[in-house]
Unconditional design. Structure first.
Length: 250
């Protein structure tokens, strides 16, 4: 599942790339939302491009709180739901079935632009499982356009989640226990994903035809990514690390 992302492009770079304009809300003008490792369980604000305002990007908290929740305290909600992932990811297969998602599936889709993201690989050492983090980025160094949905509660609290799908071969080999991958939009589908005229079949088709494995690079990095206290939120965290226990060639 996608619980860690990397966002180091400045807001102005994203505005130029997507030809959009930021709406800051309560954030200060100079707030850049830059993270070498954005840990989802800290529930950071991240830029999203919302379907309702496709010419803008807005800062939104990562971790979907369903639209029907009233008078909800985000900290308490995330604490109560941590065993289910605290709303960080949503299975795209349930997009039109779950009460948590179907209200947003047609009207509140979004794009989450990131430089890259991290997934764990499970290896063996002395007969025991241990996790090796991998970093994923596009071969052409362009942003990933992660597909998501967002929700607005009766109290106007806006939150989002990243959609996932069954793993393609590259992800099945690396993310070898969960066998999932984030839904990554093709460049040509940026406008399509935000199109309010899509029906259920259209949405599913975009998800099915997302970015190919051949367009993605991945390599193992330091286990500091998993340390508490922010050790992984540093520029060199994405440098390749060799692990003798690693049995796959990356």
């Amino acid at each position: 599942m996608c619980y860690n992302t990397r966002i180091t492009r400045k807001a102005g770079e994203l505005e130029d790339y997507y030809e959009i304009e930021r709406l800051l809300g309560e954030l200060k003008e100079d707030h850049e939302l830059i993270y070498n490792s954005a840990n989802g369980f800290v529930h950071p604000n991240m830029w999203i491009i919302p379907q309702e305002k496709p010419k803008n990007m807005i800062p939104v908290m990562w971790g979907l709180i369903p639209h029907y929740k009233k008078d909800v305290d985000p900290k308490e909600y995330y604490k109560e739901t941590i065993r289910w992932g605290s709303g960080l990811n949503a299975k795209s297969e349930k997009l039109f079935e779950s009460n948590n998602y179907k209200n947003s599936a047609l009207k509140r889709r979004c794009i989450i632009p990131v430089d890259g993201f991290y997934e764990p690989h499970t290896a063996k050492k002395n007969g025991k499982d241990f996790k090796i983090p991998f970093y994923f980025e596009r071969k052409n160094k362009a942003p990933f356009h992660l597909a998501g949905i967002y929700a607005v509660t009766p109290d106007k609290l806006v939150t989002f989640t990243i959609l996932t799908k069954e793993a393609t071969p590259m992800f099945a080999e690396i993310h070898n226990r969960k066998n999932r991958r984030p839904v990554i939009l093709q460049d040509d589908d940026i406008g399509v994903w935000l199109d309010s005229t899509l029906n259920e079949s259209d949405v599913c088709n975009v998800i099915d035809d997302d970015l190919w494995d051949a367009d993605i690079d991945a390599w193992p990095i330091s286990k500091d990514l998993y340390k508490r206290g922010g050790e992984g939120d540093r520029p060199d965290i994405i440098e390749k690390v060799e692990y003798p226990e690693l049995e796959i060639a990356y």
